[in-house]
Every structure is written in structure tokens, then in C-alpha cells.
Design a protein around this ligand. Structure first.
Ligand SMILES: [Zn+2]
Length: 185
């Protein structure tokens, strides 16, 4: 597969991550969708398949070099992939020493942004009508009572514009509860 002329010129025919294998793929760094070269990275087949398989490991040592690429798309993709390996010392060192613009980091981290899903304290997905148990005692605003840990809240409602909140009835009163304090029953 051939990549477009502009991109090929920029990368000099080599993968912009590993800088050693021929660049044969145009990769658009999400969430950008258009085909502007500025949003693309030229990749070899090895790097592309490692991305698609979410691979961790030593292959990504090449990011130690690519993070210093001057292209924003290459920086963003490199920073994003480094997150996969961040438990390893070499990767956390690169993350710490990389001097990237804030908007590049935001671009990179957008891949890990919270999705539009309500989750309880243990990562279980919550839905309208679920029953939950409070995992700690809560002071209920505007009232004098405390909802004890272990209180069961039936038929919750999800707060639509905030994935950290649900509504439920305790003592006949509808209150907002933070999802991090509940466990799906
Ligand atoms: Zn490569």
C-alpha cells in the first residue's frame, strides 16, 4: 500500500514510530477524522499491528525516539502508546521527560477518556432501574439523617449529563448519589 506524497515526504519513507521499517500505512490519530497529513502518522506494518492488538512490551522502546519527533500527530500517538507501557521504568521516564504542549497531551489522552457509561465503585456498568448498595455512609444534604453503609437503594436513575452521579430514593427522598460510593447489587 502506498501512502500519500506529502506524508511520504515528511517521513522520508520510514515509519515515524520505529524509524526503521518502510512506512506503508497512513494512520489517522483519533479522534481526528479528516485525512489531513497533520493528523496522520506514517506507520510500518509491524507498528500498525502492534497498535491494533494493543500490544505492550519492548517493541515500543522505539517511542523513546519518536516522542522527540517535531510533528504533533507523531508526538500525540507516541505519548498515547507510552501509556500502555507506563508501568515499566523506561516508559515512565520518557513520559516524565517529554516536553509536550498541553493540547498534544490532551489529544493523546483522549483515547482513554471516560466513556459515556455510569460505573459503580468496582467498575460494573450501572443502568436505569438497578439496585445498588451504599459502600459507605453518606450525609444526605439538607436533612439530618445519614444513610448508613449497606443501605439498599432500589430503582436508581442515571443522571444523564454526569456519569459520576445517580439518583435514588432513601427514606422516601430522592437524592443524588456519587457512583463511586455504590456497588451494584
Ligand atoms: Zn514501525
Amino acid at each position: 500500500m502506498a501512502i500519500n506524497v506529502k506524508l511520504n515526504e515528511r517521513c522520508g519513507g520510514l515509519c515515524e514510530l520505529c524509524n526503521s521499517l518502510p512506512a506503508t500505512n497512513e494512520y489517522t490519530v483519533s479522534p481526528k477524522k479528516d485525512d489531513q497529513v497533520d493528523n496522520q502518522v506514517a506507520l510500518c506494518t509491524t507498528c500498525l499491528s502492534a497498535i491494533e492488538k494493543n500490544e505492550k512490551g519492548d517493541h515500543w522502546r522505539c517511542l523513546e525516539g519518536s516522542i522527540w519527533n517535531t510533528g504533533p500527530s507523531v508526538q500525540a500517538l507516541s505519548y498515547r502508546l507510552l501509556q500502555l507501557c507506563k508501568e515499566e521504568d523506561w516508559a515512565s521516564n520518557v513520559i516524565d521527560s517529554a516536553e509536550l504542549d498541553e493540547h498534544i497531551i490532551e489529544w493523546a489522552m483522549s483515547a482513554y477518556a471516560q466513556s459515556d457509561v455510569h460505573k459503580d465503585a468496582f467498575g460494573n456498568t450501572l443502568e436505569h432501574g438497578d439496585t445498588v448498595v451504599l459502600t459507605q455512609g453518606l450525609n444526605v444534604k439538607g436533612t439530618s439523617f445519614t444513610a448508613a453503609k449497606g443501605t439498599i437503594v432500589k430503582r436508581i436513575r442515571l443522571v444523564s449529563d454526569n456519569t459520576e452521579q445517580i439518583e435514588g430514593k432513601i427514606n422516601e427522598q430522592t437524592i443524588v448519589i456519587l457512583t463511586k460510593y455504590v456497588k451494584k447489587a
